[in-house]
Design a binder for this molecule. Sequence first.
Ligand code: FAD
Ligand code: NAP
Length: 333
Amino acid sequence: MQQNLDLRPFNSLAVSSTARYFTQVNSVEELKQALQHSRQQQLPVLLLGGGSNLVLTEDFPGLCIQISLQGVQWCNIDDNWVKVTAQAGENWHQFVDHCLQHGAYGLENLALIPGTVGAAPIQNIGAYGVDINDFMLDLKALNRDSLQMQYFSREDCAFGYRDSIFKTAARDRYIITEVSFKLRRMPKLMVSYGALADQLSDLADPSPQDLFDAVVRTRSAKLPDPNQLANVGSFFKNPVVSKLHHQRLKQQYPGLVAYADPAGMKLAAGWMIDHCGWKGYRKGDAGVHDKQALVLVNYGAASGAEVLALASAIQTDIKQHFDVELEIEPRCY
Ligand code: FAD
Ligand code: NAP
């Protein structure tokens, strides 16, 4: 166990925050021991995967536990489907690539999303029209109170748009230790998003590998690599408003980008932020990315609080212009 460790290398926004204690766990047994220790010492616990979806705003006075459980297991279901189970600490992008290389298809649209397998269900990660709930079968999680393992079916997870039970009713109650997916043996590509369709339009019969490569190319061209420019991906969720609200906005802002959603209309938050002139804005070391206004960046020494202050100014501006509340996507501590 390490003491007084700066978590800067462990969060993709690269903000400094000292954890009083820090440990990495490689098995459920080690995880239980760490939790028992925190209980005995009355230490609060901060769970960490890849640190790509959290904002640290102050030092952490307790025990930070990084989930590092490794391993992937395969189980044939039938000629059309295969079950693949990954331990929580596996790197998400490498897992997607591993499935593709072994002929298990469906996750290609989710290539290059940073972080771990175990954190993926927390916000039901999604990109280019695919969410993990499209392919997730079930998961196992450790109950933090009872230290008993618990099984969650996909339905139990109550998945929504960048949402799950682990962000709502069961927040901070479970630690996900492994996740299973039911993947296709016969590929069926999802290329409804314009950027992907454009890239694949020259190919008569694109393969899952073509789709994976197109996703990697598109994302690399538009989104900042956290290793080059610190960020946590989209800082805000795309808000869903009523059709009436959308109609009113569309009259006022004819260029407004929006998509039909089961609950109304989903507005592209990045377009609204850009329209209000924030794209490329910088105050100190906190800024708005110059290619995608939904991404806030840390140019070097910004604190989590400074990034949140920028986020708050953007939220106020968007509320004034569009009468829409922008919800912050990463978890703030
Ligand atoms: P962390 O940031 O370490 O943790 C996130 C939260 O989950 C924290 O509250 C943490 O305590 C909790 N947690 C972590 N592991 C566990 C566990 N095993 N059990 C219980 N709780 C846990 N997200 C998308 O949905 N789509 C995208 O396309 C996307 N693109 C991104 C692009 C970039 C450049 C970046 C930086 C981020 C992007 N994200 C995207 C956000 C992020 O990558 C995902 O949310 C990812 O799943 C976070 O994984 P992580 O391991 O880094 O989680
Ligand atoms: P984009 O393709 O420029 O699209 C802008 C927004 O419009 C997206 O947020 C997307 O919503 C929506 N959109 C575009 N085409 C759509 C369609 N055919 N149907 C429904 N909605 C559509 O977005 P981008 O910034 O380059 O990101 C590409 C994908 O990666 C998006 O799916 C985005 O969510 C995902 N991504 C997520 C994060 C994160 O941290 N959460 C970070 C980077 C990228 P959706 O967001 O609902 O898809």
